[in-house]
Design a protein. Structure first.
Length: 144
């Protein structure tokens, strides 16, 4: 998997090319506590290149000094990845779906579509997805 390192203030973000292709890119955004490696297991029928971002403090991206995991910071992470890729479709899971939703409203000329998938929940919530969505069958359930 080819990885491009992008700078976001003092954090280095890992943007992984899951698979090459021709056409519009698909950008995977993982859920809270997950990583691009988990998202790269998705089987999707997409002809364009598929990329997966490790949010700040997740996967191969660096951990910020003193924290900094607000939705605004993660949205800025995704915005930097989107600016690197150009016009793309975004697929988010859990917290990544929320970020994809925010990004699609903030960058309507760059986000050509957003696919939103539920995730495992936050602390105090369910430890399993509440809709029987498993990481292995997401592509099939999303109709891709």
């Amino acid at each position: 998997m080819n990885t491009v390192m992008l700078q976001h203030n003092k954090v280095t973000l890992a943007l992984h090319e899951v698979r090459p292709g021709t056409g519009r890119p698909l950008l995977f955004l993982h859920g809270l506590g997950e990583s691009a490696a988990m998202m790269s297991k998705l089987s999707v029928d997409w002809t364009g290149p598929v990329w997966a971002l490790d949010f700040t403090g997740h996967g191969q991206s660096t951990v910020p000094r003193g924290g900094g995991y607000s939705c605004e910071i993660l949205m800025a992470d995704a915005d930097i990845a989107l600016r690197h890729l150009g016009e793309a479709t975004v697929l988010g899971r859990g917290l990544g779906a929320y970020i994809a939703f925010l990004l699609s409203g903030a960058r309507p000329t760059l986000v050509r579509g957003a696919i939103l998938l539920d995730g495992p929940g936050l602390a105090g919530g369910s430890i399993h997805a509440t809709s029987n969505t498993e990481i292995n069958d997401i592509g099939e359930r999303a109709g891709t």
